[in-house]
Design a protein. Structure first.
Length: 225
C-alpha cells in the first residue's frame, strides 16, 4: 500500500479525495497547511505528495521548492484551483512531476498518481548508462558529469533514460511523454517541454558548448552525441 501525503487547505476536498484514494488502495495522510506538512514530512517518508498551490500559511510553490531541496526524488503532483497557465509553468519549473487543475476527477488523479509511482519504481532499469562524459544511474536518478552528481526528479530521470536509450535519434513528443510522464500530452500541454528545460539546466551542455538535448521544432527531442 502506497502512502500519500495530501496537502490542501480545503478540508472537504481532502476528505473526498482521501476516501476515494483509500478505496483505490492508497494510505492517505492529509495536512491543511505548510507547517503541518513539513512536520509530517520530517516524521514519515510518503511514496508521493499531492500539493495545492494555495496554502493558508504560504505558497505551495515555496513548499515545493523546499521539497525539491530536501527530497529531490520524491514524486510531487501539484493541484491548483486557479488553473492558470503561469501556475502550471512555475510548478513544473520548480520540479513538480505532474499538475492537475481543480476541481479534478478523482479517477484522473488516481491514474496520474499511479503513473508517477510506476515511473519512480520501474520494474527493470539498467544499473548504469555511460555515454561520453556522462554516467547515469536510472535506479538512483543520479547523473554524474566530471565527478559532479546531479539528482533528478522522477520525470527528469525517466526522460533522460528514454533519450539515452537511443542517442542521436529523435523521439517524438508524444512517445517521450508516454515514456517519461506515463501519459499523452493534451492540447497546449507544455509539461514535457518544462521537464526538458529543467533537465538541460541540471546537466548543462557538452564540454565544447553543444547542447546535450536538442529540440526538433514541433516534433521532439534527441540526446546529441
Amino acid at each position: 500500500m502506497s502512502e500519500l501525503l495530501l496537502i490542501d487547505d480545503d478540508q472537504e476536498l481532502c476528505e473526498l479525495l482521501s476516501s476515494w484514494l483509500s478505496q483505490e488502495g492508497f494510505q492517505v495522510q492529509a495536512c491543511h497547511d505548510g507547517q503541518s506538512a513539513r512536520k509530517a514530512l520530517a516524521e514519515s517518508a510518503p511514496a508521493a505528495v499531492v500539493l495545492d498551490v494555495m496554502l493558508p500559511d504560504g505558497s505551495g510553490l515555496e513548499l515545493l521548492k523546499q521539497l525539491r531541496t530536501d527530497h529531490p526524488d520524491l514524486p510531487v503532483l501539484m493541484l491548483s484551483a486557479r488553473g492558470e497557465p503561469l501556475d502550471r509553468i512555475l510548478g513544473l519549473e520548480l520540479g513538480a512531476d505532474d499538475y492537475l487543475a481543480k476541481p479534478c476527477d478523482p479517477r484522473e488523479l488516481t491514474a496520474r498518481l499511479r503513473a508517477v509511482l510506476r515511473r519512480s519504481h520501474p520494474a527493470a532499469v539498467s544499473s548504469q548508462i555511460e555515454l561520453g562524459d556522462l554516467t547515469f544511474s536510472p535506479a538512483r536518478g543520479v547523473v554524474t558529469i566530471d565527478d559532479q552528481d546531479f539528482t533528478l526528479t522522477v520525470s527528469e530521470a525517466r526522460l533522460l533514460e528514454a533519450l539515452l536509450g537511443q542517442p542521436g535519434e529523435p523521439l517524438e513528443k508524444q512517445e517521450l511523454a508516454q515514456l517519461a510522464l506515463g501519459r499523452k500530452l493534451t492540447l497546449y500541454d507544455r509539461s514535457l517541454d518544462m521537464h526538458v528545460s529543467n533537465l538541460r539546466k541540471k546537466i548543462g551542455p557538452h564540454a565544447d558548448g553543444r547542447p546535450r538535448i536538442v529540440a526538433l521544432r514541433s516534433r521532439g527531442y534527441y540526446y546529441a552525441v
